[in-house]
Design a protein around this ligand. Sequence first.
Ligand SMILES: NC(=O)c1ccc[n+]([C@@H]2O[C@H](COP(=O)([O-])OP(=O)(O)OC[C@H]3O[C@@H](n4cnc5c(N)ncnc54)[C@H](O)[C@@H]3O)[C@@H](O)[C@H]2O)c1
Length: 477
Amino acid sequence: MLKATAENSEMKVPEGFEDKRICIIGLGYVGLTLAVAMCDVGFQVHGVERNPHVLDCLSAGKAHFLERGLDERVAKHVNSGHFSFGAKIEPDDHRRVYIITVGTPLTSEKQTNLSAIQSVARDVAEVLKPGELIMLRSTVRIGVTRDVVKPLLDSRDIPYALAFCPERTLEGKAIEELTSLPQIVGGVDNGSTIRAKNIFGFLTPTVITVSSLEAAEMVKLVNNTQRDYMFAFANEVAEICDVCSVSAIEVIRAGALNYPRAFNILPGPVGGPCLEKDPYILTEGVVQKGGQEGLALRARHFNEAMPSRSAALIASHRRGSNSATKKIVIFGLAFKGRPETSDLRGSMAYPLIKHLQAHFPDAVIGGFDPSTDPEEAKSFKIEIFDNAESAATDTDVIFFQTNNPRFQELNLTRLSGLMRNGALIYDYWNQFKDVNLNEGRSYAGLGTWLTANPPSSLGNKKRTASAPAYAGSVEIV
Ligand SMILES: NC(=O)c1ccc[n+]([C@@H]2O[C@H](COP(=O)([O-])OP(=O)(O)OC[C@H]3O[C@@H](n4cnc5c(N)ncnc54)[C@H](O)[C@@H]3O)[C@@H](O)[C@H]2O)c1
């Protein structure tokens, strides 16, 4: 049965609380943000992480990735002794709660690789004491908690509690959302559900208990797959509007204005460590249970194919212009721009680069991202620029792959002056208003391509840039 409770909000964990000692295994984006949020409310947290770079950063009092509010919390809780960490799960005399937050990547066949979860479950089983609670928080296909994790824990033949409690925060807003979003909790039995609910009740005002491990697993997969679906539809609208010479941005905004039954999602590349895999994980579980692949995967495939379609569109435009294409630079290499993140996992910049290289084999392809570590950006194997000016100089095409808020500080007029005559700025996010470029440079956005560049202009004519027609045209009257 579904139950939402709002009991312990604003409360600190009391001294005698039996589940005060938490051991989080896997201090990545999920584990580390959860660790500091739990320290904030008074839990004693020990983190286990096998990656020495992560541990080195923690020893230096900071996180290994960019997340608002994280570094200061790491430093504070490490210094106060509320947060400790190590490379292995060590036995502990006190009763503990184990939270598993290791990764669940896909194999090259798009199947979930559960090896990290299995290895951690074995390690936990070795140190488990009677009555301890294990919570799985990694994203898994339906049935993994019961069919994969539980048998490994059962090997010790001692009583324990088990729950699945999915992570649903947005990277870039994780700390804020951990203390505001409802937490979903589903236990293997009633006692497990209540214990997990009580723990998360210190963190967030609302804990929603569901009737089984599988229901909790499914909530996470359905939430993320729905998002991927909706983005795919926005991207389909963009392509439909391009064909019909209508601005998708105007259509979506106008349709959603004061109309409660419309969707208000703008088109753009969809990647990242969750959306790139969760529809596959959902489908994998459904197929294993005898069901069929459905729209979830079709939507995912549509989103995945966007870089290939965009590269082809740009190539066709460049062929129709008189200008050679010697340099293309991608602005925004992270998987998303807002909230700002340094995370490159699942970034659509990877396939975009591959397709641009195929269409423009003689061009230099470069990248610039004000939020990512230039060392990490080397994984793209392209030239990385550390400022917008050098990135834009002598460029034929700038691709805005993300809408990083710092791009709003760019002076597009000045940047366009550094680009070569005939150059194009293609903006996936339609993020610039009142675009005023230097003579001979043009600006177009996803879903506003043909609106800004009617078919007649795609010939050899040199065009002067102008703001797309949709800008600011949606008004309430
Ligand atoms: N990133 C997100 O915003 C997000 C959101 C919701 C759910 N999830 C899910 O949560 C899980 C974790 O995601 P993440 O982004 O934190 O992944 P991550 O790769 O950033 O972190 C996982 C960490 O676990 C460590 N690890 C792996 N095996 C270990 C072991 N045996 N012992 C100790 N440490 C080990 C890795 O070194 C890594 O640092 C995934 O299943 C993911 O799908 C992620």
